[in-house]
Design a protein around this ligand. Structure first.
Ligand code: HEC
Ligand code: HEC
Ligand code: HEC
Ligand code: HEC
Ligand code: HEC
Ligand code: HEC
Length: 348
């Protein structure tokens, strides 16, 4: 619970305590004079007009249909992730997310994990103003993988903080987790987890291997232009994308990138794909990854590797699974890939 919500409760409690200590009530004072009548100005707004702005059947129906087209509604890993390991339910189960956001922890295994739905991201109103979408998780918060290391916070400056609670790395990069010359990759599942978009957007907590490309020191231009998760992934709905489908659509870009017909703006996606392929070849040649036919996936080879190889692997798998191909932060992604490639390239 945020401090702002606790404050009224605290004031109320202090009032009760103060009243409790009072002696007998004194006599009532004289009645005050009547107030002056109001002037005949403009009519007030109907009490329910602001409510109907959002709570109207057309909008609610259209949002429900959009939501049904989203991957959130699929909830592919709800049962498996939540019933087996409680640590998964904060992101994979809607009710787990609510418990985590409201109490800061998951109190053991959830037996009834539910798909992420309306009342998990949405909570109850606080101000009832037109921009009060009754959301939870809009505050800034620590990146989980950095708790106990640098305690880096995320703050995307708007409702996108809701997304960042789940779409972030779960694991610190190798040299932060266990500094040294070597690093043990202990499992074929090793990596930052499947959706480190918030880390990439903020340009933090990937393995910043030193090299000839410098890492950006200021946020990418999208941040100053107020372009965040919500801008790109919840633009106006059309053709099965935008709004509550959370699939980005090109209409969310063209107001600034006029004339663009796909997301490969400035060739960023093509460049990123090429760099990821180069890095993959190096990792394969050096025995860090292999293709596992049964899993139909590239996986790390379990064992002890040099620190820089483990870091380069961490960057490769995280930037691959991000799947925006650089769009989430073009200069940060390019610097990570160029320096990883440089570090693994043998000098003749
Ligand atoms: C800016 C849009 C918006 C406005 C304006 C708005 N609401 Fe909401 N309200 C929402 C959203 C979004 C939710 C959560 C999702 C849902 O149930 O549709 C919600 C949820 C609620 C809930 C909880 C429903 C539940 O299932 O728990 C109540 C009660 C509510 N609103 C009442 C009101 C009232 C009364 C007003 C006017 C004073 C109002 N709202 C104005 C967007 C709005
Ligand atoms: C409670 C945690 C949680 C929150 C909050 C959340 N997501 Fe997700 N998101 C997930 C999970 C888990 C999946 C994968 C669901 C599945 O595969 O069934 C997912 C899937 C997605 C996908 C589809 C990925 C694909 O495989 O195609 C997009 C896009 C997405 N989320 C964007 C967002 C955005 C934008 C926000 C903020 C408005 C957000 N998410 C908020 C957990 C969350
Ligand atoms: C910090 C939030 C978070 C936690 C904690 C978390 N996940 Fe996830 N996980 C996600 C998100 C978000 C996605 C969706 C990624 C996407 O579709 O782009 C995902 C995707 C997955 C996938 C799908 C991978 C694929 O190939 O599509 C699996 C499997 C998975 N998680 C398993 C787990 C398990 C098991 C745990 C607990 C041990 C766990 N997750 C904990 C956020 C989390
Ligand atoms: C993954 C999190 C998430 C889920 C699930 C979700 N919402 Fe939302 N919703 C948001 C966010 C974030 C915004 C604010 C977008 C913005 O800032 O522009 C929002 C905005 C809204 C609004 C007001 C803005 C508008 O689009 O007119 C309504 C109404 C609403 N949601 C209803 C719903 C309903 C109904 C459902 C279930 C069918 C739902 N939401 C499910 C995250 C979510
Ligand atoms: C500048 C626009 C932009 C911003 C900001 C942005 N995204 Fe994306 N995101 C994209 C594009 C474009 C893709 C690739 C979609 C494709 O190729 O179909 C993508 C891909 C994704 C994916 C992979 C699944 C998919 O739909 O392909 C997830 C999950 C995701 N973004 C979540 C987020 C989250 C969470 C944030 C905020 C931390 C965020 N994005 C910020 C544009 C953006
Ligand atoms: C509100 C305006 C705005 C919107 C909307 C917007 N962008 Fe941008 N975008 C910018 C600005 C400003 C820059 C330049 C930032 C810089 O160079 O500092 C930029 C740069 C980029 C770049 C780097 C281009 C290059 O030549 O290096 C990519 C890629 C990009 N945007 C993708 C997207 C995508 C994809 C979307 C929609 C899903 C989108 N943007 C929506 C303002 C926007």
């Amino acid at each position: 619970m945020s401090l702002s919500r606790l404050l009224p409760l605290f004031l109320l409690l202090s009032l009760i305590v103060l009243c409790g200590c009072e002696g007998d009530e004194g006599p009532a004072g004289v009645a005050g004079t009547d107030g002056t009548d109001g002037t005949n100005g403009t009519d007030g707004i109907d009490g329910n007009v602001t409510c109907l702005e959002c709570h109207n059947t057309d909008l609610q129906n259209s949002i429900s249909l959009q939501y049904d087209r989203s991957q959130h509604a699929v909830g592919e890993f709800v049962e498996y992730a939540s019933a087996v390991y409680s640590s998964c339910s904060a992101c994979h189960a809607g009710n787990g997310f609510v418990e985590y956001m409201e109490t800061g922890t998951i109190d053991g295994q959830l037996l009834n994990p539910s798909t992420i739905g309306c009342n998990h991201c949405h909570s109850v109103h606080t101000t009832f103003e037109i921009d009060d979408y009754a959301l939870r998780g809009t505050d800034s918060a620590p990146f989980r993988s950095d708790v106990g290391h640098g305690d880096t916070m995320f703050d995307l400056g708007d409702n996108s903080n809701v997304c960042a609670n789940c779409h972030q790395a779960r694991t610190a990069e190798p040299n932060t987790a266990s500094p040294g010359d070597t690093f043990e990759i202990a499992s074929t599942h090793y990596g930052p987890h499947h959706s480190p978009s918030a880390n990439i957007y903020e340009g933090v907590l990937f393995a910043e291997i030193p090299g000839s490309t410098s890492y950006p020191t200021v946020p990418f231009g999208h941040f100053d232009a107020d372009v965040t998760c919500v801008t790109c992934h919840m633009g106006e709905y059309s053709d099965g994308a935008g709004g509550h489908t959370w699939h980005p659509n090109i209409n969310a870009c063209t107001s600034c990138h006029s004339g663009s017909t796909d997301f490969d703006i400035g060739g960023v996606q093509a460049n990123t794909a090429a760099l990821l392929a180069d890095l993959q070849d190096l990792l394969e040649d050096q025995g860090i990854i292999e293709f596992v036919v049964e899993d139909d996936a590239w996986e790390p080879i379990v064992g002890t590797h040099s620190m820089v190889q483990a870091q380069a692997f961490f960057n490769w798998i995280g930037l691959t699974e991000d799947r925006s191909l650089g769009v989430h932060n073009p200069p940060y992604v390019e610097a990570l890939l160029l320096n990883s490639i440089e570090a693994l390239t043998p000098v003749n």
